[in-house]
Design a protein around this ligand. Structure first.
Ligand code: UDP
Length: 467
């Protein structure tokens, strides 16, 4: 009988319904499929991936019985409900996979690879005695930064807490004002170079912050970690994770440069911006996007519009339809301001961002510093204007401005926005930022080539799965 037994590997990838998390996992799935693994994507019904873009994968929709993340009082409660509703479906499906094999000569090893936000998958894997690997779509620095929050809280050093006074979540403007506080500007001694103001979950009441930390902290070691990062970018954070869990860490980023995949956008890309970019001078355009989740208020977007117009530079600005509460798109902008924006720039609802950042006309990126946006920008050597809101965006912004020296932090003071835009795009400082960005880009190109750290890490991951 033994000669009839064929051993293969069935990888079940559990993706979360967030754009910035789903994209890298689908890219990883594409890579692993090219190495001969069968791929099943288990996904929630909210924001499902498009199966027609991945005809080689199998898809398993888990009934989540939910509508939208925004319908929950907090994101952590949304994740909790998502996990509670999806877990039995995932469990049933994996049991069915195991049982199906018992009736055939095909012997497959099932391995669970899950987005760190879908932590219920770890429970399913351990209950069925299957190996599980966590995929992190955030920076490695996120781990030490969130892990320290309960300790800081106990010691009365989670300074942001005192300012919020357990008020409900506040708007972007008050968060920016809050960050002006001098105590928050100090470096957390255990987390150099991050400051108290850079800590994740700073915009949440303390109980929600602690709940979020507990939800994303693996209490038992997974079989391994996968990070969409590059080894040279954050070595000390990677060492700390390894010391804590003593399991392999695969640093496989930036996945979008290693594995070109069809668009995974939930929203339709407005490609009309490419012919517009073609008409602009090299490195003259500032590209502006706050990602797929941020819900800025109209005051903030109006200030952004004023800054862009006053900078007198061409810009391509993404404003997601419905991202400002109570408005379909940008009707809240005064008519005169809209007319001014049309003279200098183009506003779209969603752009083909990777193509935009690789375009020769784009000289800078004003960003919320989401993990994917940062990787996409550093991979093209595009310097950044950093406007983080929450979670790991604040850490990414600090890396960009302080550590990698290819970014400028936005300071919200009248007249400073256009100044920051011009510093990013024109003059000596701009050249220095671009030079640093290009140096990082070159190192990334080495990392993704044959024998480079990210390629080697992907090979090691394949070996790890097979063994
Ligand atoms: N993105 C895009 N078009 C846009 C804006 C964003 O394709 O107009 C993509 C971007 O390329 C990135 C993702 O959306 O891959 C945003 O992920 P990120 O981690 O930067 O931020 P998040 O949306 O998770 O806050």
């Amino acid at each position: 009988m033994a000669e009839h037994v064929r051993k293969r590997w069935q990888l079940v990838l559990i993706v979360s319904p967030l754009q910035g998390h789903m994209t890298p996992i689908l890219q990883l799935g594409t890579y692993l499929h090219s190495k001969g693994f069968s791929i099943t994507i288990a996904h929630s019904k909210i924001n499902p991936p498009n199966p027609s873009n991945h005809s080689d994968f199998m898809f398993f929709p888990m009934s989540d019985n939910l509508s939208r993340p925004g319908d929950f009082p907090s994101f952590v409660e949304f994740l909790q409900a998502l996990g509670d509703n999806c877990k039995p479906h995932l469990q049933q499906h994996v049991i069915q996979m195991i049982n199906t094999q018992k009736d055939t000569y095909v012997k497959e090893s099932i391995i669970i690879i899950y987005d760190n936000l879908m932590s219920f998958a770890r429970t399913v894997a351990s209950e069925l005695s299957l190996p599980s690997i966590i995929m992190h779509c955030s920076s490695a620095a996120f781990f030490p930064a969130y892990k320290i929050i309960p300790q800081l809280h106990l010691e009365g050093r989670f300074h942001v807490e005192a300012h919020f006074n357990n008020q409900p979540r506040r708007g972007s403007e008050s968060i920016q004002n809050l960050f002006e506080d001098s105590l928050l500007q100090e470096i957390v001694p255990e987390l150099h170079p991050f400051r108290y103001k850079d800590l994740p979950f700073a915009n949440l009441p303390i109980q929600q912050a602690l709940q979020s930390v507990s939800m994303i902290t693996p209490n038992t070691a997974p079989s391994a970690f996968i990070y969409n990062t590059i080894e040279f970018l954050e070595p000390s954070a990677l060492t700390e994770i390894h010391q804590q869990y003593q399991v392999p860490i695969f640093t496989v980023g930036p996945l979008h440069k290693i594995i070109p995949t069809p668009s995974t956008s939930f929203l339709e890309e407005d490609t009309s911006c490419i012919p517009w970019l073609n008409k602009q001078s090299p490195k003259s355009v500032i590209y502006v996007s706050l990602g797929s989740i941020a819900t800025p208020d109209k005051l903030l977007l109006t200030q952004m519009a004023c800054g862009l117009v006053n900078s007198n530079l061409p810009f391509l600005w993404v404003v997601r339809a419905g991202s400002v509460h109570g408005f379909k798109w940008i009707e809240f902008l005064p008519e005169g301001l809209v007319d001014e924006t049309k003279k200098r720039g183009l506003i779209v609802e969603w752009a083909p961002q990777k193509e935009v950042l690789a375009h020769n006309s784009v000289g800078g990126f004003w960003s919320h510093c989401g993990r994917n946006s940062v990787l996409e920008s550093v991979s093209e050597g595009v310097p950044m204007l950093c406007q983080p809101f929450s979670v790991d965006q604040l850490l990414n912004a600090r890396y960009l401005s302080y550590e990698w020296k290819m970014g400028i932090e936005v300071v919200w003071k009248i007249g400073e926005i256009e100044g920051a835009i011009r510093r990013l795009m024109l003059g000596r400082e701009s050249e220095e930022l671009r030079q640093k960005a290009m140096e990082i880009r070159e190192k990334i190109q080495v990392a993704i080539k044959h024998g480079g750290s990210s390629q080697s890490s992907l090979n090691d991951l394949v070996d790890f799965i097979i063994w």
